[in-house]
Design a protein around this ligand. Structure first.
Ligand SMILES: *Cc1c(COP(=O)(O)O)cnc(C)c1O
Length: 394
C-alpha cells in the first residue's frame, strides 16, 4: 500500500494564548471601534500600528480591514487619473488586480519568469511603452525579484512602487525588509498569511503626506490625532476636506489578536523555513521537476512551496495532481483550464483585458503550489516530498 498523508493543508496554528486573553479583555470593555477610547487609553489599533512600524523600521503605519483594502488605499493615496495604467505582476492573487480596477485605474500585466518573479526586462520595456507611473509589485508566493535592479528601473521610469507583501512579511532582500523599498508597503493578516487575525491589513510608509491621506481615506472621522504611528496634524490640515472616506479601518479586537504575534514572527519564519527546506531536499533528485532557485540576497519566508513540471502536457500534470490528492497531498495547479480556489490567472480577470503573455502562460502551465502550515512537522514535510517525488516519477 502506498503511504497516504493525513495532515490538513489549511489548518493553521491556534491563536497564541496571550492574544486570546488580549482579545477577551477588549471584548469585556465593549470598546471595539478603534476610536472608542477612554481618556489616557491609546487603543489596541493605535498600539499595533506603533509596534508594527517599529518592527518594520518604518516611520508610519496604518492598520486596515484587509490586505486587499491596504492595496486599494495605497493606490488611492497616489491620486491616479481615471484609467491610468498601473503595472503589476501577471502572476499574483485576485485582490491585486481587483484593487487596481476598483480605484478606476487600469491593470497592465508584466510577465513572470521561471523563477516566479516579475520579468524585469519586460517591466523595463512595458514601463516605457505605457508611460505608467505606478508599479504594484506583488511578491507572489514569497519570491522576491532582484530588488536592486527593480529600484534602478523604477527610478529610470519615474515609477512609484507599492509593494504587496502578503507573502513576504518578515522577508528581506540584501538585508532590507520587504515592504521598505517601495514608497508604500502593504501586508495582509488574513488567516493564511504570516500573522493571523482572520482578516486584516497593514500599511507602512515613511512619507508623511501619503500616510495622512491613507489615514483619512481609511475613515478617520477627523479623529486622526488619535493615531500614534502617524505624521503631525499639520499634514492633515490641507487634506481633510478633500479626501473621501472609504471606510476600511481595523478594529481593536483584531489589533489585540495581532499585537502578541509580532514578537513571534522571527521564530515562526525559522519554523516555516525548516519545513520548506525539508520539502525542497526531498525533491532535488526528482527527474523533470524544477525547483525554484532562491537567490543569495533573498531571505525568504517558506510559508508555501512551489515547483514546476516543465514540458509536461496538461493531461500529465492533471494526472500527477489527482494521484497526489488521492494520497492526501493537495497541490494547487495554476495551469488548469478553469481557476479553482485561489489559482485564478491574469486571463481569468476579464475586467482587465490585455494581450496574451506567452512566457507567463508557459510558466503557469507547469506551476504547482502547496501550503506549509506550521501545524506540519518535519516528518510531515518529508512524507509530502516522498509522495510528490513518487507520483512525479510515475
Ligand atoms: C492574500 C493576498 C493579498 C491580500 O488579500 P486579503 O485577503 O485581502 O487580505 C494580496 N496579495 C496577495 C499576493 C495575497 O496572497
Amino acid at each position: 500500500m502506498d503511504e497516504v498523508f493525513t495532515g490538513n493543508f489549511t489548518q493553521q496554528e491556534p491563536i497564541p494564548e496571550a492574544a486570546i486573553e488580549a482579545a477577551v479583555a477588549v471584548l469585556r470593555t465593549g470598546r471595539l471601534h478603534r476610536y472608542n477610547t477612554v481618556s489616557g487609553e491609546a487603543g489596541e489599533a493605535a498600539l499595533l500600528e506603533e509596534e508594527f512600524a517599529a518592527a518594520m523600521g518604518a516611520k508610519y503605519c496604518l492598520s486596515v480591514a484587509s490586505g486587499g483594502y491596504a492595496l486599494g488605499c495605497a493606490l488611492r493615496a497616489l491620486d491616479l487619473a481615471p484609467g491610468a495604467p498601473v503595472l503589476t505582476n501577471a502572476f499574483t492573487l485576485a485582490p491585486v488586480p481587483g484593487a487596481i480596477a476598483a480605484t478606476g485605474a487600469r491593470p497592465v500585466f508584466v510577465e513572470v519568469t521561471e523563477d516566479l518573479v516579475i520579468d524585469l526586462d519586460h517591466l523595463d520595456r512595458i514601463a516605457g511603452e505605457t508611460g505608467a507611473k505606478v508599479l504594484m509589485l506583488s511578491h507572489m508566493r514569497g519570491h522576491l525579484c532582484d530588488m536592486d535592479r527593480l529600484l534602478e528601473i523604477a527610478a529610470r521610469h519615474d515609477l512609484r512602487v507599492i509593494e504587496d507583501c502578503a507573502h513576504t512579511m518578515g522577508a528581506s532582500w540584501a538585508g532590507r525588509l520587504s515592504g521598505r523599498d517601495g514608497v508604500i508597503g502593504c501586508y495582509s493578516t488574513q488567516t493564511y498569511k504570516h500573522m493571523n487575525s482572520g482578516e486584516g491589513g497593514l500599511i507602512v510608509t515613511d512619507d508623511p503626506g501619503l500616510m495622512a491621506r491613507m489615514i483619512l481615506l481609511s475613515g478617520s472621522y477627523m479623529l486622526f490625532t488619535r493615531h500614534r504611528a502617524a505624521p503631525g496634524p499639520e499634514y492633515f490640515e490641507g487634506l481633510k476636506y478633500d479626501t473621501p472616506n472609504v471606510s476600511g479601518r481595523m478594529d481593536n479586537l483584531r489589533a489585540a489578536i495581532l499585537r502578541p504575534q509580532i514578537p513571534t514572527l522571527g521564530d515562526r519564519i525559522a519554523r516555516w523555513n525548516a519545513l520548506y527546506m525539508r520539502v525542497e531536499a526531498g525533491l532535488v533528485a526528482t527527474p523533470g521537476l524544477r525547483l525554484i532557485p532562491r537567490p543569495q540576497a533573498e531571505a525568504y519566508v517558506g510559508s508555501s512551496f512551489q515547483f514546476l513540471l516543465p514540458g509536461r502536457s496538461a493531461e500529465e500534470i492533471a494526472d500527477v495532481v489527482s494521484r497526489c490528492a488521492v494520497r492526501g497531498v493537495e497541490l494547487k495547479w495554476f495551469g488548469a483550464a478553469e481557476p479553482a480556489g485561489f489559482t485564478s490567472r491574469y486571463d481569468s480577470w476579464r475586467y482587465a483585458p490585455g494581450p496574451r503573455l506567452m512566457q507567463t502562460d508557459r510558466v503557469l502551465s507547469g506551476l504547482l503550489d502547496l501550503r506549509l502550515p506550521l501545524t506540519f512537522s518535519l516528518e510531515d514535510a518529508d512524507q509530502i516530498a516522498r509522495i510528490i517525488d513518487a507520483e512525479a516519477r510515475r
